[in-house]
Ligand binder design. Structure first.
Ligand SMILES: [Fe+2]
Ligand SMILES: [Fe+2]
Length: 315
């Protein structure tokens, strides 16, 4: 096992982590004047003719509900997917032996994600109270339930490994939203501040999980490596799939009929654009798979190709 030689991404956690020194972000009604709640180009359905034909007030509500979906699904992802994987590592019950420094790092991630979940829920709640636009009563964790089912199907009998890989995939995908929103002057400042806070922690998590993946891989025997390598591309795709049930509900609340809502989903959330996005966002994760030699294992390159994800050299 390699001993860490360079400074670890969470070495300065006590000084740098949002949960250690951050401020609570407070939303004020005046902050929203002339601003949007989410960058409009990152809300796929806003560009659809059926949606563009709606009154400006309905479009504003759709954008607010898109932010709610982002914030609420973040709480599920952080506490169920990432912390679901961090906890067994931290408590030494993953079936693999990790050094105590790495176990403490896993607890640092655990604290960060719990805090991210708290402030995401807090901001959605504040915005709902100030704007009077309620958070719809839908399941924002449907996405996580689907991921868990995919993990069980892809790695039957190895739920711990499935959970670890899903967390690595999530934490190493480039989160365009977290990086883009803080730079976007059209967006409400409280939303930008919160996403900036989150992006800072996630930059460290990205580095931690990249290093963790190498440690994890080193502890797998050949048959688990093959199973993992074949499961990873489907996990990448599953992690980037949209949860359409809340989008559908939001479109109906905006006044679209059932058929119109379904047509918007079909037009905006499928096809070429989805695969192009998956390629772009998964680049770092795929490079990591190449780094450990996953593509040389039987069936792995084929599994990536089947999901429409190219090997790094082919991009
Ligand atoms: Fe997070
Ligand atoms: Fe994270």
């Amino acid at each position: 096992m390699t001993e860490p030689t360079s400074p670890g991404p969470l070495d300065r956690w006590y000084e740098a982590a949002g949960v250690r020194g951050g401020v609570r972000r407070i939303f004020h009604a005046e902050a929203e004047r002339g601003h949007v709640f989410f960058p409009e180009h990152l809300v796929p359905h806003l560009d659809h003719p059926e949606v563009r034909a709606l009154a400006p007030e309905r479009i504003r509500e759709l954008t607010i509900r898109h932010l709610y979906q982002f914030l609420h699904s973040t709480t599920h992802l952080e506490t169920r997917v990432v912390n679901g994987a961090a906890e067994p590592v931290a408590n030494g019950r993953s079936g693999m032996d990790f050094p105590s420094a790495l176990r403490m790092d896993a607890f640092k991630v655990y604290c960060d994600e719990g805090y991210h979940a708290l402030y995401s829920l807090d901001l959605a709640d504040q915005i709902a109270r100030v704007t009077g636009i309620p958070v719809p009563k839908v399941d924002y964790g449907g996405f996580v339930t689907a991921l868990e089912a995919a993990g069980r199907a892809l790695l039957p009998g190895d739920p711990v490994l499935a959970g670890q890989l899903q967390a690595v995939v999530f934490e190493t995908l480039i989160t365009a939203v977290l990086n883009e929103v803080p730079q976007d002057p059209t967006v409400v400042s409280t939303v930008r501040d919160l996403m900036r806070d989150h992006a800072k922690d996630e930059g460290r998590h990205h580095r931690f999980f990249s290093a963790f993946f190498l440690e994890l891989w080193a502890r797998l025997n050949r048959s688990r490596r093959i199973a993992a390598g074949r499961a990873l591309p489907a996990m990448i795709r599953a992690a980037l799939e949209w949860d359409l049930a809340p989008v559908h509900g939001s479109l109906r609340l905006a006044g679209l009929g059932e058929e119109q809502a379904r047509a918007v989903l079909a037009d905006c959330y499928a096809g070429e654009a989805v695969t192009a996005r998956i390629q772009a966002v998964s680049r770092a994760t795929v490079r990591l798979c190449a780094q450990v030699g996953a593509f040389e294992l039987p069936g792995v390159a084929e599994a990536f190709a089947a999901q429409g994800i190219d090997e790094p050299g082919e991009r």
